[in-house]
Design a protein around this ligand. Structure first.
Ligand SMILES: [Zn+2]
Length: 313
């Protein structure tokens, strides 16, 4: 199975804890839905097609939990592009609950907003993350880290692509957009930023696998750089780096992270950006440079504080 498939499988099982986040994620998941006008006045059917059973289940659950709506799921065999099944989630909207479609920006509201993360849906950080999770689930792709680093999200709507680009920038993730046939492709190439994306949307298992491969890959470059480095030392550096990056990534999720002293934040950032560097090499990059024992001391403090931050509720 592809790495994308693993990521989507994991994300489909992350259920938003708060009502606000559930609505944000639904808006993203349903952005490509078709609305079929019914025979009666102001009634309609919302139809969305997805490739994964778990994603269909998530849409079904979120519609029920957020709005009490009951949907039906229909499976189609679809033998094109190597995909065999398509799941179609159908939901009926009576005239009374059409306002839900407006709230989710699936039909135009008074301000002509459609299929865009409306400010009310993505105001809070928690909702921004949920929205991005829904976007990746419905239209994202990421290469296995063993191959070239590449994550992309495909859009039909240019406004939506730019909005998502802006949302990503709020998490310090720089994404570019290019045109491919009739679509707009938003993509991320930098490995740390792809890692950041996985962290932001909550794909923790995939992130760990991604970081492991990333570290081992960049270690190979180190081997070329330091041919005389002993294998045992190398293995020790990898193990320590994997553990430190995992600690840093988990602590970054928590509130206490922003109170971290600047020197420790600097070191954490360097560790994540240079997973293959030894402590001595990291010391050459700090401002001002630090000796190896100096970095080792600072790293121990960082690890200790990161553990404390993770332990906090
Ligand atoms: Zn929220």
């Amino acid at each position: 199975m592809s790495f994308s498939h693993d990521v989507r499988n994991e994300l489909a099982r992350v259920m938003p804890e708060k009502e606000c986040c559930g609505k944000a994620e639904l808006a993203a998941l349903l952005a490509s839905a078709t609305i079929v006008i019914g025979s009666g006045d102001n009634e309609c059917n919302l139809r969305v097609r997805v490739e994964h059973a778990a994603t269909a289940r998530k849409i079904f659950k979120l519609l029920k939990e957020s709005y009490g709506l009951q949907s039906t799921v229909h499976i189609e065999n679809y033998k094109r592009f190597g995909k065999t099944k398509i799941y179609e989630v159908n939901t009926y909207f009576s005239a009374d609950n059409l306002s839900i479609l407006q709230e989710l920006h699936l039909i135009e509201d008074n301000n002509n907003n459609k299929n865009q993360p409306g400010p009310h849906l993505t105001r809070k950080t928690c909702c921004k993350r949920s929205y991005l999770r829904g976007i990746f689930l419905s239209r994202g792709f990421v290469n296995r880290p063993e191959n070239d680093y590449h994550l992309e999200i495909v859009f039909i709507d240019g406004k939506m692509a730019t909005q998502v680009q802006k949302l990503l920038a709020r998490f310090d993730i720089e994404a570019r957009i290019f045109e491919r046939k009739n679509t707009l492709v938003l993509y991320i190439k930098e490995s740390e930023k792809i890692g950041d994306f996985l962290r932001v949307v909550g794909a923790n298992r995939a992130l760990l696998e991604f970081e492991n491969v990333r570290i081992i890959k960049s270690m190979r470059n180190t081997v070329n750089r330091q041919v005389n480095c002993e294998t045992a030392n190398l293995a020790k550096t990898i193990d320590a780096s994997v553990r430190q990056i995992d600690l840093i990534n988990r602590a970054r999720e928590k509130k206490g992270w922003k109170n971290l002293p600047p020197q420790l934040k600097e070191l954490a950032l360097l560790r994540v950006n240079y997973p293959d560097y030894t402590l001595k090499e990291l010391g050459e990059l700090t401002d001002p440079p630090l000796s190896k024992p100096g970095v080792a001391y600072r790293m121990r403090r960082l690890e200790k504080i990161a553990e404390d931050i993770i332990g906090q509720l």
